[in-house]
Design a protein around this ligand. Sequence first.
Ligand code: SF4
Ligand code: MG
Length: 299
Amino acid sequence: MAREYGTENWIDWCPGCGNFGIVSSVYRAFSELELEPENTVLVSGIGCSGKMPHFVGVNGVHTLHGRAIPFATGIKMSNPDLEVVVNGGDGDLLGIGAGHFVALGRRNLNVLVMMHDNRVYGLTKGQASPTLPRDIQTKALDKPNIHSAVKPLSLALVSGYTHISRSFAMDSDHLTEMIKEGIEHDGAAFLDILQPCVTYNDIHTSDFFRERIEKLSDWDPEKDKSEVYRKMREYSGSEKIPTGVIYRDQDEPTFSDRLFKHHREKSPSQRTVERKGASTLSKDEFISKFEDLVVKRGF
Ligand code: SF4
Ligand code: MG
């Protein structure tokens, strides 16, 4: 039977926001993958997108601005058996969090990074985000944007992500598939989600995206990177926006492989031997001690 992943929390995004399409696709993807809530962690930073963990019934961490990726890295490396998904906005991941975004790709950490790409900072009243193209003036700007935009897919590719895709918040079937693929990929996955912000972005609306999206067909994403660059260049001078899986590499070792196999380390969740600074408890022993101290005795 399909699990329900909703919570009792009031979802307080603006009516019509593309984030509703994203959260419903997250419910569908998690349900179809039958993710166990106790073994799944959704990590967010700050922004409208940052509220997501409050609305999804799995373990959630709503962290600091731009710092979702370091938190997720610690969680995944402490217990690689957990399914970890990072959920952030374009400002959070590619502005203040850009260094962490690059570091995650270099490590090929086995997590999915989902980016709500609405090209503005919605929570703080619509300033230009790193993905807003230069010379574009959305309604909250008093002058056109003077910064050039970051190209998220290109940045992910040069950083080392091994699964790179794009989808649209209002196309739930496609977005659900992209989330599932990203989670199932063994390595760093990046999913750029085109997300209308109906309150502050009057240019990149649902209709804007619908008129320009071109789903990649006849495209094998398991290609040499130079061919992927060539494909992306084809689109750079055009109005069309490609969606789908653009790049996939299934051979690159993940960060866990590199650290735990090559260096013969164990994750803290698997360590039972006493060592300075390391846990001496197994996970089950820890849970039982936690229940005794915190749940029963109220410490
Ligand atoms: Fe959505 Fe924009 Fe409202 Fe934030 S400000 S909830 S991104 S419509
Ligand atoms: Mg944004």
